[in-house]
Design a protein around this ligand. Sequence first.
Ligand SMILES: C[S@@+](CC[C@H](N)C(=O)[O-])C[C@H]1O[C@@H](n2cnc3c(N)ncnc32)[C@H](O)[C@@H]1O
Length: 208
Amino acid sequence: MGLFTKFLNQTRKPEGFLGRVMLRGMSFGHASVADWAMSVLDIAEPSEIIELGCGNGRDSGELMKKYPASRLTALDYSPLSVERTKANNKDMIVAGRLEVVEGDVSRLELAPGKFDLATAFETIYFWPGLEHCFAEVARVLKSGGHFMIVSESDGLDDITRWFQQRIDGMNVYTSDEIADALTKAGFVEVKVYHHESKPWLMVLAAKP
Ligand SMILES: C[S@@+](CC[C@H](N)C(=O)[O-])C[C@H]1O[C@@H](n2cnc3c(N)ncnc32)[C@H](O)[C@@H]1O
C-alpha cells in the first residue's frame, strides 16, 4: 500500500503520525457538511447527547455551542481520536459538560435509554453492519430521542466511490439504504435531507 493510500486509510481508525495529521485535516474537510447538517437539525433542546465516531472532537464542540444547556458524551474506538477530542475541548471537560470515552459503536458499553440525541458525522461508512449498529444506537436513546446521521456522500457520487475503492472496509450508502436500515433497527419518522447542490445527506430518525 502506497503512502497516500495509507494516509487515506487513517479515516477509518486514526493512529500514529499519519492518524494525527488526518485528524488535524478532518476539521477542514468535514466542517462545512457538519455545519450544514447542524443548521438543518431542528429538534427540542437535548439534555444528553452522544457523538459517535467523534474524530478530533470538532463537532462535539459545535453541538455543545448549539445546545448550551446540554451534556455530551463523545465516543470513538480510536484511542488517538479520544485523545484529540479531549485536547480540543478541555474547557468543556472542566465545565463538566463533556465526557470522552473509547468504545465501539457495534457494542456500546453504555446504559440503555440515557440519551436524547445521538449523532454520527462522516462515520457510518466504517460501521460493521448498519442495522446492528443502528439497533445499538436505539438501545442507548430515550424513547422519543433522535438519531442524526450526516454523510458527505449520497452513495452515488463519483468522488466518494473513488475513496471507497481505496479505503479498506469503507462503504457508502444511499439515503434509501440508510432509511431502510434505520426502519429495520426500529426507528420511526425517518426524514432525509439532501443539500441543494452537493451530494450531502442528513438523515434524522426517532426512537418510538
Ligand atoms: C472519517 S472519521 C470522522 C470523524 C468526525 N466525526 C468528523 O466528521 O470529522 C471516522 C471516525 O469514526 C471512528 N469510527 C469508525 N468506526 C467506529 C466504530 N465502530 N466505533 C467507534 N468509532 C468508530 C473512527 O475512529 C474515526 O475517528
